[in-house]
Design a protein around this ligand. Structure first.
Ligand code: ZN
Length: 137
């Protein structure tokens, strides 16, 4: 039995834009207003040029799997119904990597280089999470 009854993301001023966009059904990521670099994880300054002009812009939500593992434990209560579930590093078209849940994959079909696209599935009444599924077509 998990100690976590109410899964909630760790929302802080640096990543609040990410969770706000997830609730809107969009994937927005931090982008520097000076050098235009995308970056993740979010922070108060751009890691490329140290500018504090960070904005949130809509990302394509497309990328490829760069690493993955299958998790058999109840680490993320929101995904309890899917155990074992796949966690992957997604290398996005914007050039940043995002750790995400992968859904709707055929068994043992997860591989490095698999093209994926973001989907927004409602996990609970209060929370939506960006997740990825294999790109079709
Ligand atoms: Zn910058």
């Amino acid at each position: 039995m998990s100690a976590y009854e109410k899964p909630e993301p760790r929302i802080n001023p640096d990543n609040a834009g990410f969770w706000e966009s997830a609730h809107d059904g969009a994937l927005r990521l931090p982008r520097c207003g000076d050098c235009a670099a995308w970056h993740w994880p979010p922070g108060p300054v751009c890691p490329a040029c140290f500018s504090a002009r960070i904005g949130w812009e809509e990302a394509q939500g497309r990328g490829t799997v760069s690493a993955w593992t299958v998790v058999h434990k109840d680490w993320f209560p929101a995904f309890r119904a899917e155990i074992p579930y796949a966690v992957a590093q997604i290398e996005l078209a914007e050039g940043v990597r995002l750790t995400a849940n992968v859904v709707d994959r055929p068994a043992d079909a997860l591989r490095v280089g698999l093209p994926v696209e973001v989907v927004f599935d409602r996990v609970t009444d209060a929370l939506t999470l960006p997740r990825f599924r294999p790109r079709r077509g």
